[in-house]
Design a protein around this ligand. Structure first.
Ligand SMILES: NC(=O)c1ccc[n+]([C@@H]2O[C@H](COP(=O)([O-])OP(=O)(O)OC[C@H]3O[C@@H](n4cnc5c(N)ncnc54)[C@H](OP(=O)(O)O)[C@@H]3O)[C@@H](O)[C@H]2O)c1
Length: 263
């Protein structure tokens, strides 16, 4: 059976491993980390092989996911570069470009992924791009793994900054809105727990309805908003304060920052 290595066993790696373990993608997994607490947690949770030696993990695998923070990635690349021969390298580090990875690993097969934290719930929205030396088979394999954790779109690398703005940072923006819904619910007399569940279920259901029925957001708004009704009263406030412009500026700021951080 093929083996997938995970270097770095923090939140994103744990989420991806969890999705692979639950999916029909059958693979051995080995994980390495210098953080013994994370490593022990992942070993206990998923009953997978672990090591503190990144080289050992990389050497014995056919796909190597690098899941350390962007500031730690160069140290990992320097460490494993001599044992990377035919392995496919998959980096999930925000802002670290394919060119940089290819330079460091001397033109090996590389795929770059922009995942999101919703992977923990098996609801990831991701984008990914392939380097010059990655094959169609590599893209298919990584697509299979990522789609077992949610949905993933293959695209040109330049577009990954937009993915970072919408779905990489997006869970934090949606959580911000949900927090406002909860506060408003509590202000209007609901218990916090009830307001929280109503807000979360409404967000979940809205996304699911739009996707399952392939509805445009405008169509859904028209389905809910009856003349002089409650929804129109609320939408008037959003329009008066140009909320849509604020939201577009929010995503623009995240995309701009992603471009600035890129190297
Ligand atoms: N979290 C998100 O929402 C999100 C979204 C999109 C992309 N990403 C990307 O995903 C990557 C991982 O993020 P995360 O949130 O999972 O980070 P994390 O929870 O901090 O996990 C990173 C792990 O890598 C370990 N590590 C650091 N240097 C190492 C080395 N030289 N060798 C082996 N392990 C090492 C860390 O140990 P220490 O704790 O001891 O440093 C930690 O256990 C990042 O590059 C990030 O840009 C994250």
């Amino acid at each position: 059976m093929k083996t997938t290595a995970f270097i770095g066993t923090g939140r994103m790696a744990a989420a991806l491993i969890s999705c692979i373990c639950k999916s029909s993608v059958s693979r051995n997994i080995i994980a390495s980390d210098k953080n013994n607490i994370n490593l022990a947690r992942i070993k206990k949770q998923f009953k997978i092989k672990t090591t503190t030696d990144n080289k050992e993990a990389a050497r014995n695998s056919d796909i190597v996911f690098i899941c350390v923070k962007p500031q730690d990635i160069d140290a990992v690349l320097d460490e494993i570069k001599d044992v990377v021969k035919n392995q496919l390298i998959v980096s999930i580090a925000a802002g670290i470009r394919l060119k940089h990875l290819e330079n460091k690993l001397k033109n090996k097969r590389i795929i770059r992924v922009m995942p999101n934290i919703n992977c923990i719930a098996g609801e990831m929205a991701a984008g990914f791009s392939a380097g010059k030396y990655a094959t169609k088979e590599d893209i298919k394999n990584v697509s299979g793994i990522l789609n077992s954790a949610g949905i993933a779109f293959f695209m040109k690398e330049d577009l990954l900054d937009a993915v970072t703005g919408i779905s990489g940072s997006g869970p934090a923006f949606f959580a911000y809105f949900i927090d406002a819904f909860v506060k408003a619910g509590v202000k209007n007399g609901l218990p916090r727990e009830t307001a929280f569940k109503l807000a979360c279920q409404t967000a979940l259901g809205t996304g699911r309805l739009l996707m399952e029925k392939n509805l445009s957001p405008d169509k859904l708004i028209a389905m809910v908003a009856s003349k002089k009704g409650t929804t129109v009263a609320g939408l008037d406030v959003l329009k008066k304060h140009k909320a849509k412009n604020i939201l577009i500026k929010t995503i623009d700021a995240a995309v701009k920052r992603s471009k600035e951080l890129g190297r």
